[in-house]
Design a protein around this ligand. Structure first.
Ligand code: GUN
Length: 299
């Protein structure tokens, strides 16, 4: 039996970022300023610091003006609100996100509502959530957008396909289900979660399985139909004394799934790099809409 084709998210993201870089050069010449993204990082969560640095670097390489506003963990909700309102009003900034998680005591639901929906490159503002649910153009969360792009790149048939999304988060599971069931994508979607009865049987129905449950190596080989496409959104650091760094990254999908799936996105090097590429694309989309230009892209 042949092994799954491994979806090279890193390579695809690199291609997309290079294309976007050319587009940014043209847009900059046309408009007289580059697209700009501001990331607010509250506190010192080590993983968030790495993610934010990666976003900064990706912006720089694509010619996008990337700025990080680092605030101490002790910053009050009121101060964060003031900063968000200031950036909302800043005409030179197109995209704004607050890196998650935020420290205890800050309500992420409130943050989502403070960001100008036109600059909400995470696609988490209720207006953007509603636009996606209504099939209207808005800004769509980056990870599900990246997953859809991976399916398209490999010409995975979605129309009429059975798709199972594991996990109902606002940032991945729910928007992924909305995108897969949208007109033009046309999958039949099941949104499964931690309270779903017999997850394994539900997953075995899937032609396309998106694992975003947040549970290390949850999806076992016998949960996957032979030839199915499996996208692994999980990322977990697990101790491994045999690894040179003492730990390694695993996803929500057991490595044995490789023997069964038709296509499989790896961790690392799969969905993660695509998320960053889509963040850059969303920033350019927001820039174009704010400047009254044709946006292109997905959202
Ligand atoms: N933390 C981990 N992933 C994300 C993301 O996509 N957006 C934000 N804002 N924070 C994150």
């Amino acid at each position: 039996m042949s092994e799954a084709v491994i979806i090279d998210g890193k390579g695809l993201a690199q291609e997309l970022r290079e294309e976007l870089g050319h587009r940014v050069t043209e847009l900059r010449a046309q408009v007289g300023r580059p697209p700009a993204l501001t990331v607010i990082l509250v506190g010192e969560d080590p993983a968030s610091q790495v993610y934010v640095r990666n976003k900064e670097r990706a912006c720089e390489k694509a010619g996008i003006r990337g700025e990080v506003l680092r605030l101490p963990a002790s910053t009050s909700a009121g101060e964060i609100h003031r900063e968000i309102l200031r950036i909302n009003e800043d005409p030179s900034v197109d995209g704004l996100l607050v890196q998650l998680p935020v420290p205890d005591g800050i309500d992420p639901a409130a943050l989502r509502e403070w960001i100008d929906p036109a600059k909400d490159v995470d696609g988490l503002h209720p207006r953007n959530v509603g636009l996606l649910a209504s099939g209207m153009p808005g800004l769509v969360p980056c990870t599900p957008l990246g997953c859809l792009r991976m399916l398209r790149h490999h010409h995975v048939a979605t129309a009429g396909a059975r798709a199972v999304v594991l996990g109902r988060s606002l940032i991945v599971g729910r928007p992924m289900a909305a995108l897969l069931s949208a007109k033009g994508v046309d999958a039949t979607v099941t949104l499964a979660h931690s309270r779903s009865r017999d997850l394994a049987a539900i997953c075995r129905q899937a032609d396309i399985l998106v694992a975003a449950a947040g549970v290390p190596q949850l999806v076992q080989p016998d949960w996957v139909r032979r030839g199915a496409t499996v996208l692994d959104v999980g990322i977990h650091r697990v101790d491994d004394p045999t690894h040179p760094k003492g730990a390694r990254l695993v996803g929500d999908v057991d490595p044995g799934v490789r023997e069964v799936a038709g296509y499989l996105s790896p961790v690392p090097g799969g969905v993660g790099p695509m998320t960053i590429a889509m963040l850059l694309e969303n920033t350019v989309t927001a820039f174009c809409r704010r400047e009254g230009l044709e946006a292109g892209g997905e959202s």
